[in-house]
Design a protein around this ligand. Structure first.
Ligand SMILES: *[C@@H]1O[C@H](CO)[C@@H](O)[C@H](O)[C@H]1NC(C)=O
Ligand SMILES: *[C@@H]1O[C@H](CO)[C@@H](O)[C@H](O)[C@H]1NC(C)=O
Ligand SMILES: *[C@@H]1O[C@H](CO)[C@@H](O)[C@H](O)[C@H]1NC(C)=O
Length: 276
């Protein structure tokens, strides 16, 4: 069942795809016995699909900081996990020509983004949905840093971080990552997030336009709405929540986040990666 590709055609394909010539340094996808050939290995069906948080490569590393959506992931303010969110509508087993699924997912599930309409009625009515979020803010250099583990993010904590002016995107890693809260089944309201004064300090004293955190809300539960209001008031700051910041070293990366273009939605699942 192999389809040999003529060498000249293959070369052209490689050029078009701008695949580096050091192809042998790139680990082979298990579905392809030999990365230089476009033939599917006959053994591929015996192997599980590759699911990696880190994609190797000679030139650069891509770190996936998105949580996979799982039925047993925590859901906002619920003791029950997210539950079933995707199911087959038509199956080949039932004689359909293809397997065909549909999904139903609260937009603030897992790794997701908040739009200004989330907490401001007038912004919602004016149409400031996730499709209006600035992709320039969502993509660019970002600083990943650790915050003190014994406090929520207050003004005092923000000041102690000494984030220089000119830094536009910051991913805050907290105790939530150590506690693996995104891997638990139940929602935990004791997560670390921004207190109102911490949010205000960030707005007043930094150039940060993207705030990323490692649990379902940027705001500490005790200051849930006040902190969101401070961040989203100007419509200049984008909030990315529920990031998977485990196994990533603090430092500067190229961040790439893409929400779905859900018209009318004040939140959206988002895929975020870091490129080193
Ligand atoms: C389609 O889904 C069914 C489950 O209903 C599964 O048994 C079958 O293997 C799937 N077919 C393909 C081609 O993946
Ligand atoms: C496939 O058909 C069986 C038997 O009619 C039914 O029980 C099952 O729900 C169907 N599955 C889907 C995904 O349509
Ligand atoms: C952060 O605030 C929450 C309430 O919003 C609280 O339960 C938790 O203990 C605080 N965490 C720390 C580390 O102080």
């Amino acid at each position: 069942m192999t389809h040999p590709v003529a060498p000249s055609l293959l070369l052209l394909l490689l050029l078009l795809l701008q695949i580096p010539s050091s192809l042998s340094a790139v680990p082979a996808h298990p579905a392809y016995a030999d990365p230089a050939s476009c033939t599917v290995a006959s053994s591929s069906l015996d192997q599980d699909p590759l699911r990696e948080a880190e994609y190797g490569g000679a030139a650069r590393r891509i770190l996936d900081i998105t949580h996979a959506y799982r039925e047993d992931m925590p859901a906002w303010e619920s003791d029950e996990p997210l539950g079933r969110f995707v199911w087959l509508l038509k199956t080949m087993a039932n004689g359909s020509i293809a397997n065909f699924s549909e999904m139903k997912l609260p937009v603030h599930s897992g790794t997701h983004v908040d739009a200004p309409g989330h907490v401001f009625q007038h912004y919602f009515e004016a149409g400031f949905d996730v499709d209006t979020l600035d992709l320039h803010v969502l993509n660019g250099p970002a600083l990943l840093l650790d915050v003190p583990r014994d406090k929520n993010i207050t003004a005092e904590v923000m000041e102690s971080l000494h984030i220089p002016r000119g830094v536009h995107r910051v991913l805050f890693r907290t105790l939530n990552t150590d506690r693996q809260l995104m891997l638990k089944k139940e929602f935990d309201s004791s997560y670390v997030g921004f207190m109102k004064d911490g949010a205000q300090w960030l707005v007043d004293n930094t150039d940060i336009k993207l705030v990323g955190v490692d649990y379902l809300s940027v705001a500490a539960f005790d200051d849930l709405i006040p902190s969101h209001l401070v961040f989203l008031k100007s419509r200049e700051i984008i909030l990315v929540e529920g990031l998977n910041l485990e196994n990533v070293k603090p430092g500067i990366y190229s961040l790439h986040c893409l929400p779905l273009r859900l018209r009318g939605a004040e939140g959206s699942p988002i895929r975020c990666i870091l490129i080193k």
